[in-house]
Design a protein around this ligand. Structure first.
Ligand SMILES: Nc1ncnc2c1ncn2[C@@H]1O[C@H](COP(=O)(O)OP(=O)(O)O)[C@@H](O)[C@H]1O
Ligand SMILES: [Mg+2]
Length: 375
């Protein structure tokens, strides 16, 4: 099968910016160039407001869909410009869009991403594949996580039990045990609650370097209340998002704690992310020998330090923690590479979901195709 160039585009739960990757897909995946284009601040504010809103005006929904589509097209354009590659050399764009609601537990379940793919195809001239999650949801699946298929393709090892941990707004684990089907699920929050608390108390978009968390102490009672959420008792398949783990969810658990300092809360939130991840790994894949981390959380040294320490204490045998960079994959662009890979799967007629991961009735070719018009 000939290798082809694809572009993957995503903005994750954190809505920190659009990650764009130019990827050679085929026998061996290779990320050739990648960059993040921050959202214009006003658009980011509107997106976060929409993600939190109980109700959303239809006009605002339509305007956001168009604006996100334009921002995604701009991310693709500037990626190609930096890489010095012509749009005509790219087979397709895979666009995840921006999730504003993920409700896999409602009846009927749904998941909703913004970013008009027709607009991306029209502006870039490149055929765009988008809407990757809904075919899986329609087939009874969670629609998430989709990353385990790519993780298995590029990071599995026949002689070692591995797991891949994506530290985005939400954390997801992929379990790669030789001889067993690939499994994967969202473990709960990674950065989303940390970002929200830092924004409220420091006025910054995140707790840079984890310094705020490192300056506080873990409160055992609050930690126990956070870990008591039913989500952690649910067996996989499972996925979650800001709809569940958000500032209101935290406020309900903070109320009775008395005079905890803001730094102690941040420290406890970080411990909560770490504990929920390691508990899930210990229960689901206790023999894991290597945990490969990616996503923005790898840039938080306090988070990585506590993860390593907790793995040492809680896992029954030694488990090495390392960044996906050790395997030639830039941790900031694994998710963007995923949507290039999914576009390649779509164009090749291959399924993009794993039924053991999402719980769908069967493998499905994911996404819909919006043809480009080369000028
Ligand atoms: N230097 C850093 N210090 C602390 N946290 C960081 C740093 N860099 C990135 N992050 C965290 O990573 C998050 C972005 O990670 P990302 O993988 O893009 O998540 P998402 O997929 O949800 O957009 C930021 O919101 C922030 O919490
Ligand atoms: Mg991001």
């Amino acid at each position: 099968m000939a290798d082809d160039l694809y572009i993957g585009l995503i903005s994750g739960t954190s809505a920190d910016g659009i990650d764009a990757a130019l990827v050679r897909c085929g026998d061996r995946l290779k990320v050739l160039h990648a960059r993040t284009l921050p959202y214009p601040p006003e658009l980011r504010c509107r997106l976060l407001a929409a993600a939190h809103a109980e109700t959303l005006a239809v006009d605002e929904f339509g305007l956001l869909d168009a604006a996100v589509g334009e921002a995604f097209a701009e991310a693709a354009r500037s990626l190609l410009c930096e890489a010095g590659v012509e749009a005509g050399s790219v087979r397709a764009i895979g666009s995840h869009g921006q999730t504003i609601r993920h409700r896999p537990w409602l009846d009927p379940p749904f998941t909703l991403q913004l970013g008009d793919p027709s607009r991306i195809a029209e502006i870039s001239g490149i055929t765009t594949i988008a809407d990757f999650r809904r075919a899986d949801v329609a087939a009874g699946g969670q629609g998430a996580p989709l990353a385990p298929g790519l993780h298995a393709d590029v990071l599995a090892d026949a002689s070692e039990a591995r797991a891949v941990l994506n530290l985005g707004g939400i954390a997801n684990l992929t379990l790669l045990v030789p001889g067993e089907p690939v499994r994967g699920f969202d473990t709960g929050p990674a950065n989303c609650l940390l970002d929200g608390w830092a924004e409220r108390h420091l006025g910054t978009a995140c707790d840079e370097g984890g310094c705020f968390a490192a300056s506080g102490l873990v409160d055992a009672e609050l930690l126990a209340r956070l870990l008591a959420d039913d989500y952690f008792l649910r067996p996989p398949p499972k996925s979650t998002g800001r709809e569940h783990f958000n500032s209101e969810w935290l406020a309900e658990r903070l109320d009775p704690t008395g005079p905890l300092s803001a730094a102690d809360v941040q420290s406890t939130l970080l411990e909560f992310s770490v504990r929920s991840i390691v508990d899930a790994l210990r229960i689901q894949a206790p023999a894991t020998q290597r945990l490969i981390a990616c996503g923005g959380g790898v840039h938080n040294p306090e988070l990585m330090r506590r993860l390593a320490r907790t793995l040492e204490v809680a896992m029954p045998a030694a488990c090495v923690l390392e960044s996906s960079a050790a395997h030639g994959l830039d941790p900031d662009f694994v998710e963007a590479a995923l949507f290039a890979w999914l576009a390649w799967r779509h164009e090749t007629g291959l399924p993009g979901n794993l039924v053991e991961v999402t719980g769908a009735r069967g493998p499905r070719v994911l996404g819909a195709r919006y043809p480009g018009h080369m000028r």
